[in-house]
Design a protein around this ligand. Structure first.
Ligand code: AVI
Length: 326
Protein backbone atom coordinates (compact mmCIF):
# COMPACT_ATOMS: atom_id res chain seq x y z
CA UNK A 1 0.00 0.00 0.00
CA UNK A 2 1.25 3.50 -0.74
CA UNK A 3 0.30 6.72 1.05
CA UNK A 4 1.88 8.98 -1.57
CA UNK A 5 -0.58 11.69 -2.54
CA UNK A 6 -1.77 12.59 0.95
CA UNK A 7 0.41 15.61 1.74
CA UNK A 8 -2.53 17.83 2.61
CA UNK A 9 -3.71 15.67 5.51
CA UNK A 10 -2.56 15.67 9.12
CA UNK A 11 0.00 12.89 8.89
CA UNK A 12 -1.25 10.60 11.67
CA UNK A 13 -4.91 10.70 10.67
CA UNK A 14 -3.87 10.36 7.03
CA UNK A 15 -1.85 7.25 7.83
CA UNK A 16 -4.65 5.70 9.88
CA UNK A 17 -7.20 6.53 7.23
CA UNK A 18 -5.08 5.17 4.39
CA UNK A 19 -4.41 1.88 6.11
CA UNK A 20 -8.01 1.41 7.34
CA UNK A 21 -9.51 2.18 3.92
CA UNK A 22 -7.09 -0.12 2.09
CA UNK A 23 -7.60 -2.94 4.57
CA UNK A 24 -11.38 -2.53 4.65
CA UNK A 25 -11.98 -2.28 0.93
CA UNK A 26 -9.63 -5.17 0.14
CA UNK A 27 -11.47 -7.42 2.66
CA UNK A 28 -14.52 -9.52 1.72
CA UNK A 29 -17.11 -8.54 2.86
CA UNK A 30 -15.87 -4.97 2.63
CA UNK A 31 -15.91 -2.67 5.64
CA UNK A 32 -14.89 0.83 6.64
CA UNK A 33 -14.40 1.96 10.26
CA UNK A 34 -17.14 4.18 11.73
CA UNK A 35 -14.67 6.75 13.07
CA UNK A 36 -14.34 7.89 9.46
CA UNK A 37 -17.87 9.35 9.70
CA UNK A 38 -16.77 12.28 11.80
CA UNK A 39 -15.20 14.90 9.57
CA UNK A 40 -16.75 18.40 9.76
CA UNK A 41 -19.65 17.47 7.45
CA UNK A 42 -20.27 14.15 9.20
CA UNK A 43 -20.22 15.73 12.67
CA UNK A 44 -22.79 18.25 11.50
CA UNK A 45 -24.98 15.46 10.09
CA UNK A 46 -24.65 13.54 13.36
CA UNK A 47 -25.86 16.62 15.27
CA UNK A 48 -28.90 16.68 12.96
CA UNK A 49 -29.49 12.96 13.63
CA UNK A 50 -29.66 13.62 17.37
CA UNK A 51 -32.66 15.90 16.77
CA UNK A 52 -34.62 13.54 14.51
CA UNK A 53 -37.98 12.29 15.83
CA UNK A 54 -36.93 8.66 15.16
CA UNK A 55 -33.56 8.97 16.95
CA UNK A 56 -34.84 8.54 20.52
CA UNK A 57 -31.38 8.02 22.07
CA UNK A 58 -30.28 11.61 22.68
CA UNK A 59 -33.54 12.96 24.02
CA UNK A 60 -34.13 9.89 26.21
CA UNK A 61 -30.71 10.17 27.83
CA UNK A 62 -31.20 13.92 28.23
CA UNK A 63 -34.53 13.29 30.01
CA UNK A 64 -32.78 10.85 32.37
CA UNK A 65 -30.20 13.53 33.21
CA UNK A 66 -32.91 16.20 33.61
CA UNK A 67 -34.60 14.07 36.20
CA UNK A 68 -31.61 12.54 38.02
CA UNK A 69 -28.57 14.85 37.72
CA UNK A 70 -28.68 15.92 41.39
CA UNK A 71 -28.77 12.32 42.54
CA UNK A 72 -26.04 11.22 40.11
CA UNK A 73 -23.72 14.00 41.24
CA UNK A 74 -24.43 13.40 44.94
CA UNK A 75 -23.78 9.65 44.64
CA UNK A 76 -20.58 10.12 42.65
CA UNK A 77 -19.24 12.84 44.99
CA UNK A 78 -20.23 10.95 48.15
CA UNK A 79 -19.45 13.97 50.33
CA UNK A 80 -16.30 15.07 48.46
CA UNK A 81 -15.85 17.60 45.65
CA UNK A 82 -16.44 16.14 42.21
CA UNK A 83 -14.31 16.67 39.13
CA UNK A 84 -16.08 15.67 35.91
CA UNK A 85 -14.08 14.14 33.05
CA UNK A 86 -15.86 13.46 29.74
CA UNK A 87 -14.59 11.16 27.00
CA UNK A 88 -15.53 12.63 23.60
CA UNK A 89 -16.56 16.25 24.09
CA UNK A 90 -19.25 16.35 21.39
CA UNK A 91 -21.58 19.28 21.84
CA UNK A 92 -21.54 18.70 25.65
CA UNK A 93 -25.25 19.46 25.50
CA UNK A 94 -26.44 16.81 27.98
CA UNK A 95 -23.34 17.27 30.14
CA UNK A 96 -24.47 20.74 31.08
CA UNK A 97 -27.26 19.20 33.19
CA UNK A 98 -24.67 17.34 35.27
CA UNK A 99 -22.36 20.37 35.43
CA UNK A 100 -25.20 22.59 36.62
CA UNK A 101 -26.08 20.05 39.32
CA UNK A 102 -22.42 19.95 40.41
CA UNK A 103 -22.18 23.77 40.58
CA UNK A 104 -25.39 23.90 42.63
CA UNK A 105 -23.83 21.47 45.06
CA UNK A 106 -20.23 22.69 45.32
CA UNK A 107 -20.17 26.22 43.75
CA UNK A 108 -17.36 25.42 41.32
CA UNK A 109 -16.55 22.29 39.37
CA UNK A 110 -13.63 21.38 37.13
CA UNK A 111 -14.75 19.89 33.82
CA UNK A 112 -12.14 18.01 31.77
CA UNK A 113 -13.42 17.14 28.29
CA UNK A 114 -11.12 14.70 26.44
CA UNK A 115 -11.27 14.66 22.64
CA UNK A 116 -9.04 14.30 19.60
CA UNK A 117 -10.46 17.47 18.07
CA UNK A 118 -8.96 20.73 19.41
CA UNK A 119 -11.70 22.73 17.68
CA UNK A 120 -14.51 20.70 19.31
CA UNK A 121 -12.82 21.21 22.68
CA UNK A 122 -12.39 24.94 22.17
CA UNK A 123 -16.02 25.33 21.17
CA UNK A 124 -17.19 23.33 24.22
CA UNK A 125 -14.93 25.37 26.52
CA UNK A 126 -16.17 28.74 25.25
CA UNK A 127 -19.82 27.76 25.40
CA UNK A 128 -19.73 26.14 28.82
CA UNK A 129 -17.68 28.87 30.49
CA UNK A 130 -20.06 31.45 29.02
CA UNK A 131 -23.24 29.60 29.93
CA UNK A 132 -22.49 27.98 33.29
CA UNK A 133 -20.54 30.24 35.64
CA UNK A 134 -18.67 28.15 38.19
CA UNK A 135 -17.45 25.55 35.68
CA UNK A 136 -13.69 25.62 35.10
CA UNK A 137 -13.03 23.88 31.79
CA UNK A 138 -9.70 22.14 31.46
CA UNK A 139 -9.65 20.51 28.00
CA UNK A 140 -7.41 17.57 27.06
CA UNK A 141 -6.51 16.78 23.46
CA UNK A 142 -6.09 13.01 23.57
CA UNK A 143 -7.23 9.89 21.73
CA UNK A 144 -8.79 8.07 24.69
CA UNK A 145 -9.29 4.95 22.55
CA UNK A 146 -5.51 4.49 22.69
CA UNK A 147 -5.24 4.77 26.47
CA UNK A 148 -6.16 7.46 28.95
CA UNK A 149 -4.02 9.64 31.19
CA UNK A 150 -5.57 11.82 33.88
CA UNK A 151 -4.20 14.16 36.52
CA UNK A 152 -4.28 12.63 40.01
CA UNK A 153 -7.18 13.82 42.18
CA UNK A 154 -6.39 16.45 44.79
CA UNK A 155 -7.25 15.94 48.51
CA UNK A 156 -10.99 15.72 49.04
CA UNK A 157 -11.70 15.38 45.33
CA UNK A 158 -13.21 12.49 43.38
CA UNK A 159 -13.42 12.12 39.64
CA UNK A 160 -16.41 10.93 37.64
CA UNK A 161 -15.63 9.87 34.07
CA UNK A 162 -18.56 10.27 31.67
CA UNK A 163 -18.92 8.07 28.64
CA UNK A 164 -22.42 8.87 27.53
CA UNK A 165 -24.53 9.01 24.37
CA UNK A 166 -24.22 5.26 23.68
CA UNK A 167 -20.71 5.87 22.31
CA UNK A 168 -19.61 2.56 23.86
CA UNK A 169 -22.13 0.87 21.53
CA UNK A 170 -19.96 1.60 18.50
CA UNK A 171 -17.21 -0.64 19.87
CA UNK A 172 -17.03 -4.40 19.45
CA UNK A 173 -17.58 -6.14 22.82
CA UNK A 174 -13.86 -6.89 23.30
CA UNK A 175 -12.95 -3.29 22.41
CA UNK A 176 -15.58 -1.95 24.83
CA UNK A 177 -14.08 -4.14 27.52
CA UNK A 178 -10.57 -2.87 26.77
CA UNK A 179 -11.74 0.75 26.83
CA UNK A 180 -13.38 0.38 30.25
CA UNK A 181 -10.24 -1.33 31.58
CA UNK A 182 -8.13 1.54 30.38
CA UNK A 183 -10.48 4.06 32.06
CA UNK A 184 -10.28 2.03 35.26
CA UNK A 185 -6.48 2.09 35.19
CA UNK A 186 -6.52 5.89 34.99
CA UNK A 187 -8.67 6.06 38.15
CA UNK A 188 -8.24 5.36 41.85
CA UNK A 189 -10.76 3.60 44.12
CA UNK A 190 -13.72 5.87 44.92
CA UNK A 191 -13.57 7.61 41.52
CA UNK A 192 -16.50 6.59 39.34
CA UNK A 193 -17.70 6.10 35.81
CA UNK A 194 -21.05 7.08 34.30
CA UNK A 195 -21.90 5.04 31.22
CA UNK A 196 -24.86 5.68 28.86
CA UNK A 197 -26.03 2.66 26.85
CA UNK A 198 -28.84 2.13 24.38
CA UNK A 199 -31.01 -0.85 25.25
CA UNK A 200 -32.21 -3.61 22.91
CA UNK A 201 -35.81 -3.06 21.87
CA UNK A 202 -38.29 -3.85 19.10
CA UNK A 203 -36.85 -4.07 15.61
CA UNK A 204 -39.15 -1.42 14.11
CA UNK A 205 -38.06 1.34 16.52
CA UNK A 206 -34.41 0.46 16.03
CA UNK A 207 -34.62 0.40 12.25
CA UNK A 208 -36.48 3.73 12.16
CA UNK A 209 -33.79 5.31 14.36
CA UNK A 210 -31.09 4.27 11.87
CA UNK A 211 -33.06 4.80 8.65
CA UNK A 212 -35.06 7.96 9.24
CA UNK A 213 -37.75 9.26 6.90
CA UNK A 214 -35.88 12.50 6.12
CA UNK A 215 -32.83 10.53 4.96
CA UNK A 216 -30.35 12.27 7.29
CA UNK A 217 -28.82 8.95 8.42
CA UNK A 218 -28.48 7.92 4.77
CA UNK A 219 -26.61 11.18 4.08
CA UNK A 220 -24.44 10.55 7.16
CA UNK A 221 -23.54 7.07 5.88
CA UNK A 222 -22.91 8.27 2.29
CA UNK A 223 -20.78 11.17 3.57
CA UNK A 224 -18.16 8.53 4.32
CA UNK A 225 -17.75 7.95 0.57
CA UNK A 226 -17.84 11.71 -0.04
CA UNK A 227 -15.00 12.01 2.47
CA UNK A 228 -12.93 9.44 0.57
CA UNK A 229 -13.56 11.48 -2.59
CA UNK A 230 -12.49 14.71 -0.88
CA UNK A 231 -9.48 13.40 1.00
CA UNK A 232 -8.18 10.52 -1.10
CA UNK A 233 -9.26 11.70 -4.54
CA UNK A 234 -11.60 8.68 -4.90
CA UNK A 235 -14.35 8.76 -7.53
CA UNK A 236 -17.30 7.20 -5.67
CA UNK A 237 -20.58 8.14 -7.37
CA UNK A 238 -22.80 8.75 -4.34
CA UNK A 239 -25.97 8.08 -6.34
CA UNK A 240 -24.67 4.58 -7.13
CA UNK A 241 -24.79 3.49 -3.45
CA UNK A 242 -27.76 3.08 -1.10
CA UNK A 243 -27.93 3.29 2.70
CA UNK A 244 -29.08 0.13 4.47
CA UNK A 245 -29.74 -0.43 8.19
CA UNK A 246 -30.05 -4.02 9.46
CA UNK A 247 -31.06 -5.28 12.93
CA UNK A 248 -28.79 -8.23 13.75
CA UNK A 249 -30.72 -9.78 16.65
CA UNK A 250 -28.18 -12.56 17.26
CA UNK A 251 -25.44 -9.99 17.90
CA UNK A 252 -27.84 -7.41 19.40
CA UNK A 253 -26.61 -4.68 17.07
CA UNK A 254 -27.79 -2.34 14.36
CA UNK A 255 -25.52 -2.57 11.34
CA UNK A 256 -25.15 0.13 8.74
CA UNK A 257 -24.10 -0.77 5.21
CA UNK A 258 -23.64 0.96 1.86
CA UNK A 259 -25.01 -1.12 -0.99
CA UNK A 260 -23.80 -0.85 -4.57
CA UNK A 261 -26.79 -0.19 -6.84
CA UNK A 262 -24.87 -1.30 -9.94
CA UNK A 263 -21.77 -2.98 -11.30
CA UNK A 264 -19.07 -0.38 -11.02
CA UNK A 265 -15.36 0.29 -10.63
CA UNK A 266 -14.14 2.91 -8.12
CA UNK A 267 -10.64 4.38 -8.24
CA UNK A 268 -8.77 5.67 -5.21
CA UNK A 269 -5.62 7.24 -6.65
CA UNK A 270 -4.02 8.18 -3.31
CA UNK A 271 -4.04 4.49 -2.34
CA UNK A 272 -3.30 3.16 -5.78
CA UNK A 273 -6.52 1.11 -5.61
CA UNK A 274 -9.22 0.12 -8.05
CA UNK A 275 -12.22 -1.60 -6.45
CA UNK A 276 -14.86 -3.47 -8.44
CA UNK A 277 -18.41 -3.78 -7.14
CA UNK A 278 -21.20 -6.06 -8.32
CA UNK A 279 -24.86 -5.15 -7.86
CA UNK A 280 -25.85 -5.55 -4.20
CA UNK A 281 -22.28 -5.72 -2.90
CA UNK A 282 -22.02 -4.03 0.48
CA UNK A 283 -19.56 -2.03 2.55
CA UNK A 284 -20.21 -2.52 6.29
CA UNK A 285 -19.71 0.92 7.89
CA UNK A 286 -20.96 0.72 11.49
CA UNK A 287 -22.15 -1.49 14.33
CA UNK A 288 -24.24 0.03 17.09
CA UNK A 289 -24.61 -2.49 19.93
CA UNK A 290 -27.80 -2.48 21.98
CA UNK A 291 -27.36 -3.71 25.52
CA UNK A 292 -29.56 -6.16 27.42
CA UNK A 293 -30.63 -5.20 30.98
CA UNK A 294 -27.71 -5.86 33.35
CA UNK A 295 -25.14 -6.15 30.55
CA UNK A 296 -23.55 -2.72 31.06
CA UNK A 297 -23.30 -3.36 34.80
CA UNK A 298 -21.57 -6.71 34.11
CA UNK A 299 -19.14 -5.08 31.66
CA UNK A 300 -18.29 -2.41 34.23
CA UNK A 301 -17.85 -5.04 36.93
CA UNK A 302 -15.40 -7.03 34.83
CA UNK A 303 -13.36 -3.84 34.31
CA UNK A 304 -13.09 -3.22 38.08
CA UNK A 305 -16.13 -1.05 38.84
CA UNK A 306 -18.81 -1.81 41.47
CA UNK A 307 -22.37 -0.97 40.50
CA UNK A 308 -23.85 2.03 42.31
CA UNK A 309 -27.10 2.75 40.45
CA UNK A 310 -28.82 2.55 37.07
CA UNK A 311 -31.43 4.99 35.78
CA UNK A 312 -33.66 4.34 32.79
CA UNK A 313 -36.70 5.93 31.15
CA UNK A 314 -40.21 4.55 31.58
CA UNK A 315 -40.11 2.56 28.35
CA UNK A 316 -36.64 1.18 29.16
CA UNK A 317 -35.15 2.46 25.94
CA UNK A 318 -31.89 3.78 27.37
CA UNK A 319 -29.88 3.23 30.56
CA UNK A 320 -27.37 5.34 32.48
CA UNK A 321 -25.17 3.37 34.91
CA UNK A 322 -23.02 4.75 37.69
CA UNK A 323 -20.26 2.48 38.98
CA UNK A 324 -17.41 3.08 41.42
CA UNK A 325 -13.80 2.03 40.90
CA UNK A 326 -12.95 -0.72 43.37
C1 AVI B 1 -22.34 8.00 17.94
N1 AVI B 1 -23.16 6.81 18.02
C2 AVI B 1 -23.54 6.53 19.39
C3 AVI B 1 -24.29 6.79 17.09
C4 AVI B 1 -25.11 5.48 17.25
O1 AVI B 1 -26.31 5.60 17.47
O2 AVI B 1 -24.54 4.40 17.19
C5 AVI B 1 -23.84 6.94 15.64
C6 AVI B 1 -24.98 6.87 14.67
N2 AVI B 1 -25.00 6.11 13.60
C7 AVI B 1 -26.13 6.28 12.96
N3 AVI B 1 -26.88 7.13 13.64
C8 AVI B 1 -26.17 7.52 14.70
Amino acid sequence: MTTIGLPQLGSQVAEQMASAVSEGLLSRPMWLPSWLFYDAAGSQLFNQITELPEYYLTRTERAIFSEHSDEIVALAADGDALRIVELGAGSADKTRLLLTAAVDRQDTVTYEPVDVSPSALQEAQERIEREIPGVLVSPRVEDYTRGLELDAPTMGERRMVLYIGSSIGNFEPHEAQRLLHSVRSALVPSDSMLLGVDLAKDRASLLAAYDDAAGVTADFNLNLLARLNRELGADFDLTAFAHRAVWNAAQSRIEMHLVSRQRQRVKIPALDLKIDFVIGQTIHTENSYKYRPGQAEALLASAGFAHVATWTDEQKRFAVCLARAT
